[in-house]
Design a protein around this ligand. Structure first.
Ligand code: HEC
Length: 128
């Protein structure tokens, strides 16, 4: 983890937070759809998790500058989210409930992994 010592810049990560809140809402909607076995809905929602928007370039640059050497790790978690969400879409498209649930768990593992590694330092670093 990069240390904050000597870094007086407080960054604003508004777009990132909005993207995360949207991811949270979509994951909740997917949970609801899974419990109703509404696979068509999962097919529609999964791409919103897989292809979530990116922060605008300026914010992205700030995030990458902050991450430094950890940028790869951060990107890998993001890629894991994308891949697991795409697998979930495919499973839902073939109405394979078990596989949907398995890939849903993989999506959540990717959320959790990134949060455990990065959330606290981001929130502490951020001014909003
Ligand atoms: C590549 C890293 C990464 C991945 C993957 C990731 N997150 Fe986050 N998430 C963050 C960071 C960093 C924060 C803290 C940002 C902040 O609060 O400013 C955060 C914060 C959040 C928040 C809190 C937002 C708030 O209002 O404080 C939610 C909800 C959230 N993420 C949901 C998700 C969900 C659901 C997934 C998986 C589908 C996910 N995230 C995947 C990095 C990630």
């Amino acid at each position: 983890m990069p240390a904050w010592a000597g870094d007086a810049t407080q960054v604003e990560l508004l777009a990132l937070r909005k993207i995360m809140q949207e991811l949270g809402r979509n994951m909740q909607a997917i949970t609801g759809a899974i419990s109703q076995e509404e696979w068509v809905q999962v097919v529609q929602l999964a791409p919103k998790v897989a292809a979530h928007p990116e922060p605008p370039l300026t914010e992205k640059m700030r995030i990458l500058a902050y991450l430094g050497a950890d940028a790869t790790k951060f990107r890998n978690f993001d890629a894991q989210t994308h891949e697991a969400a795409l697998a979930m879409k495919l499973a839902a498209a073939s109405s394979d409930g078990k596989a949907v649930i398995q890939s849903f768990a993989h999506v959540q593992e990717s959320c959790l992994g990134c949060h455990q590694a990065f959330r606290k330092p981001f929130v502490e670093h951020s001014s909003n």
